[in-house]
Design a protein around this ligand. Structure first.
Ligand code: KG4
Ligand code: ZN
Length: 342
């Protein structure tokens, strides 16, 4: 990636090596397979990215690598590779939070100034964040059980769809009647901006057992997709209202990012919610919604421009909340012995 002095960026190349085929037989991500697959391809992918960009290592001014949160095996592979390049070339290293990559991803292709309200919806996360700038994130809400992508994936699995379930469910839902099956509206009218998907998952699993023909299956997929989109929009609306009050008289911007932002029904619902509250709406192009290197490069470049970089012994972090204070005060999702994941 090239970053200009005025803050504009140009993505010179962004190569994604998908592991979907490696994990598909198991119906989900297998940590050992993920780590090994990273080791096997990292050299070739880096070489391919450099070649596609038409640059050599001598042209680089910095190296950004994801340092967490997530499965630590794969994170360690990428971070070690980044450290090696930084050490060999005497370049600054930026250890990037994967979630910050998603948070900034909409800035890759749109003129999107700070601050903005962000809905981050991926396989592991479902959060509303006030993004004030690089490294300045305030969490307004999070999921109290599953992430939105997790809900898509788990429901798709009980419906017999292949992994990853989100895109497969979206394809099946095409042309389906979303009104035929009634699914619960979780947390309806409840204060705050948190999300919940577990009741929806249970109800959908029960319906999936009763569904017999293809039409009913398609209708169920449409109902599930609509229910997830509605949950996201209803809860986001509370954050939109809160954020609008806090930012009275200023430009209001709403952004959705993460793998689930690739879903057209979700985008449409959120765009309508934003418009109703007087917010502009931005979603990254599809290729920048799901995990990609360009968003990590952007977060790295923005940090570097502010003089922020990390030591060569920066650690891979399986748990790394964007808003550490909120995560510690209210660790509602994916917590464990070592604290809040995100
Ligand atoms: O951001 P991402 O690529 O990886 C994580 O950091 O989690 O998000 C992956 C998630 C998966 O749960 C996947 O099923 C979901 O995003 N996803 C979708 C769609 N594309 C990806 N969910 C619904 N509709 C889609 N089109
Ligand atoms: Zn991600």
């Amino acid at each position: 990636m090239r970053r200009f002095d005025d803050g504009r960026v140009e993505v010179l190349s962004s190569i994604v090596a998908s592991q979907v085929k490696d994990h598909a037989p198991y119906g989900g991500v297998v940590p050992e397979i993920a780590a090994r697959a990273h080791v096997e391809v990292i050299d070739a992918i880096a070489a391919q990215a450099m070649a596609a960009a038409g640059v050599g290592y001598a042209d680089l001014t910095g190296v950004a690598a994801t340092a967490g949160p997530g499965l630590v095996g794969g994170v360690m592979v990428g971070l070690s590779f980044g450290k090696a390049v930084a050490l060999a070339r005497g370049l600054p290293l930026v250890a990037v939070n994967h979630l910050e990559g998603h948070a900034l991803s909409a800035r890759l292709a749109a003129d999107l100034p700070y601050p903005f309200l962000l809905l981050l919806v991926s396989g592991g996360h479902c959060q509303l964040l006030a993004v004030e700038g690089v490294g300045a994130h305030r969490r307004l809400g999070t999921t109290i059980d599953d992430a939105a992508g997790e809900a898509f994936d788990k429901i798709a699995k009980v419906m017999g769809l292949p992994y990853p379930g989100g895109p497969a469910l979206e394809r099946l839902a095409e042309g389906g009647d979303a009104e035929r099956h009634v699914l619960p509206r979780m947390l309806l009218g409840r204060a705050g901006c948190d999300f919940s998907f577990s009741g929806l998952k249970t109800a959908a699993a029960r319906l999936a057992e009763q569904v017999t023909d293809e039409t009913e299956r398609r209708d169920l997929a449409a109902a599930v997709q609509a229910a997830i989109a509605r949950q996201l929009a209803e809860r986001a609306d509370r954050a939109l209202a809160l954020y609008a009050r806090e930012h009275e008289g200023r430009s209001l911007r709403f952004v959705v990012a993460g793998g689930v932002a690739a879903n057209k029904a979700v985008r449409a619902r959120l765009e309508a919610a934003a418009a109703a509250r007087g917010f502009s709406f931005t979603a990254p192009p599809l290729a920048y919604c799901t995990d990609n290197a360009a968003m990590i490069a952007l977060a790295g470049a923005e940090r570097l421009a502010q003089g922020l970089c990390d030591p060569l012994d920066a650690e891979a972090r399986p748990r790394w909340p964007l808003d550490a204070a909120a995560a510690a005060a209210r660790p509602t999702h994916a917590t464990g012995r070592k604290g809040a994941k995100a």
